[in-house]
Design a protein around this ligand. Structure first.
Ligand SMILES: *[C@@H]1O[C@H](CO)[C@@H](O)[C@H](O)[C@H]1NC(C)=O
Ligand SMILES: *[C@@H]1O[C@H](CO)[C@@H](O)[C@H](O)[C@H]1NC(C)=O
Ligand SMILES: *[C@@H]1O[C@H](CO)[C@@H](O)[C@H](O)[C@H]1NC(C)=O
Ligand SMILES: *[C@@H]1O[C@H](CO)[C@@H](O)[C@H](O)[C@H]1NC(C)=O
Ligand SMILES: *[C@@H]1O[C@H](CO)[C@@H](O)[C@H](O)[C@H]1NC(C)=O
Ligand SMILES: *[C@@H]1O[C@H](CO)[C@@H](O)[C@H](O)[C@H]1NC(C)=O
Ligand SMILES: *[C@@H]1O[C@H](CO)[C@@H](O)[C@H](O)[C@H]1NC(C)=O
Ligand SMILES: *[C@@H]1O[C@H](CO)[C@@H](O)[C@H](O)[C@H]1NC(C)=O
Length: 330
């Protein structure tokens, strides 16, 4: 009895009781916990010292971060999480959470980072307009990419890879002005990439690889995306030429466009990009098709790209030199 009296906080609902109760409600929705992480979430230890919980030094003993990655947790995400008023980050990657992402998360005005990758989650949250980092990769989303993400005006990273997102990439995403990192690889997206998206000049990483996308890349892409480091567009059905303006992106490292329907000649100006690591155009319809010697000469333009680890240009090279088709250092 004495112990209980000492350790169980009084019934008066102080402010920091809100967070404690919300965390207990979160715990209640966890149905499997083989590593027994949640057994340490009890009244003997202050919740600021619970596994995965970080409190804010500024707002005394209010939860700032909840990070329970790769802990084999199974269950749903309790709506009570919406009571953690000072939460800035939520990361539950690589667990077995399923069901809907609670709309109550939308009440958390300080929330900047959500990482819910590698779970089995569904559904939406449209009011999180202050989000900076949004990662829903490797879940089971089968819907369209929601246009309301375009209202996340401070978004820097949108990572939706390895789901089954359908339909077109929404035009609204072009409204995001600070976009640095866009990854929708390995989904079932179709149609064209909206031209508004190529106007987000802050992109460093852009991957639409492994979808059913079509259309041409804009001729001025290299001018529109001046600080791009990686562009991955392989395994789609892009047509038209590979824009020579990629050679204007001085920091470009990866230009990865295999298995599309690109036509025309390999832009030899790309050979001026000293930072190139990977240039992959294999399985397209590049080259004139009747001037093999000239097409081999294309290689000579890339002799100054000393960082290149992979260079796959045209199918004709495959035919003539199967073993040099991929030229790798080491
Ligand atoms: C969350 O806050 C609401 C409103 O204050 C309250 O009614 C509810 O009981 C709280 N839920 C939890 C799990 O703490
Ligand atoms: C958390 O644990 C540390 C070390 O045991 C202790 O110093 C600190 O007071 C505890 N924090 C709270 C909020 O109880
Ligand atoms: C974006 O926000 C505006 C203003 O709140 C709203 O009118 C609009 O419907 C939102 N757009 C989407 C696609 O949700
Ligand atoms: C891209 O930006 C330019 C210059 O700001 C503007 O003229 C053009 O209309 C924009 N294009 C799209 C598709 O948003
Ligand atoms: C790719 O696009 C071209 C031109 O639109 C079309 O003829 C072709 O059938 C498409 N290929 C596939 C695999 O969808
Ligand atoms: C792009 O690069 C070419 C040379 O490769 C140069 O002539 C052109 O002026 C550059 N364009 C811009 C907008 O920098
Ligand atoms: C890429 O294209 C080649 C040639 O058509 C094909 O053999 C290969 O399976 C394709 N790769 C993938 C991952 O689909
Ligand atoms: C490689 O760099 C050297 C020295 O800057 C230059 O003379 C040569 O033209 C370049 N070769 C190619 C193919 O760009």
């Amino acid at each position: 009895m004495v112990l209980l009296f000492l350790f169980v906080p009084l019934a008066t609902r102080s402010v920091n009781d809100t967070d404690r109760l919300a965390l207990f409600a979160f715990k209640d929705k966890i149905t499997q916990d083989p590593l027994r992480v949640m057994s340490l979430w009890n009244n003997i230890v202050h919740f600021c010292n619970w596994t995965g919980v970080t409190c804010s030094p500024v707002h005394h003993q209010r939860v700032k971060m909840l990070k329970l990655d790769s802990l084999k947790l199974v269950g749903s995400i309790s709506p009570s999480i919406g009571n953690l008023t000072f939460l800035t980050g939520l990361s539950l990657t690589n667990n077995g959470f399923s069901g809907e992402i609670p709309e109550e998360l939308g009440c958390l005005l300080q929330l900047k980072t959500i990482v819910l990758s590698s779970n089995s989650l569904e559904d939406q949250l449209s009011s999180l307009t202050k989000l900076v980092y949004f990662d829903l990769s490797t879940n089971h989303f089968t819907r369209n990419i929601p246009p309301w993400i375009g209202n996340f005006s401070e978004l820097g990273s949108l990572i939706l890879m390895e789901n089954s997102f359908h339909g077109r990439i929404p035009i609204e995403l072009g409204q995001i002005s600070l976009f640095e990192d866009f990854n929708v690889a390995i989904n079932m997206l179709s149609g064209t990439v909206p031209s508004s998206l190529y106007n987000s000049s802050s992109f460093r990483f852009f991957s639409v690889a492994g979808n059913y996308l079509e259309g041409r890349l804009p001729p001025n892409i290299g001018v529109a995306l001046p600080i791009l480091q990686e562009f991955h567009g392989g395994l789609n059905n892009f047509t038209g030429p590979i824009p020579a303006s990629f050679s204007n992106i001085s920091g470009l490292q990866y230009l990865d466009l295999p298995n599309n329907s690109f036509t025309g000649l390999v832009p030899t100006k790309l050979g001026t990009l000293q930072g190139l690591i990977n240039l992959n155009f294999k399985n397209n319809h590049l080259g004139s098709g009747h001037d093999e010697a000239n097409e081999l000469n294309v290689l000579a333009y890339f002799t100054n790209c000393t960082n290149l680890r992979l260079l796959s240009l045209t199918n004709i090279l495959v035919v003539l030199y199967p073993s040099s088709f991929e030229i790798c250092e080491n």
